[in-house]
Design a protein around this ligand. Structure first.
Ligand code: SF4
Length: 157
């Protein structure tokens, strides 16, 4: 996976932040950081900015999208919660699914113009991203006390 050099520089085009349907999964740490940043409770944050998604084994959270499928936090100047953006966003494009082989990495360049540009990214940086993503799996809403029963409120929306 890391035997090949990977060139990447983010050109802040925001293509990975919207324009088509997708999911931005939140880990427990992401939920905590984002709700603290916005000075709201986790429950309020989840209700206002997230949608519940059933991933088979559990119900988890993904950030809401605008009508045009942009992320709810994508503003005119870019991400409005950039300092505390979710691990999924912080670690892109160094996801194991993208790094699995050269073809997959090259194909991802169609979605991200920063791939293949700039300097070679140190292996350590890539490994750190992989570890960070692994340490931040999508949360289960049943594991977060403050979110208990929120499904009912979403259902009533
Ligand atoms: S698509 Fe790539 S270059 Fe554009 S903002 Fe996202 S990470 Fe940066």
């Amino acid at each position: 996976m890391l035997s090949r050099p990977h060139r990447f520089v983010c050109v802040r085009c925001n293509q990975c932040c919207g324009g088509q349907p997708g999911y931005v999964w939140l880990s427990q740490k992401d939920l905590e950081a984002l709700s603290n940043y916005l000075h709201v409770s986790k429950r309020t944050f989840a209700f206002e900015y997230c949608r519940p998604i059933n991933i088979g084994i559990t119900l988890t959270l993904s950030l809401k999208e605008k009508e045009n499928h942009d992320c709810i936090f994508l503003g005119r100047e870019g991400c409005v919660v950039y300092e505390v953006r979710p691990a999924q966003c912080r670690t892109y494009p160094f996801w194991e699914s993208v790094l699995e082989d050269e073809q997959r990495w090259t194909e991802e360049g169609n979605a991200c113009p920063g791939i293949g540009q700039g300097a070679i990214v140190p292996s350590e940086t890539i490994l750190n991203a992989i570890v960070e993503r692994r340490q931040n799996p999508p949360l289960s809403i049943e594991d977060v006390a403050e979110l208990k029963g929120l499904e009912t409120e979403w259902g009533a929306q």
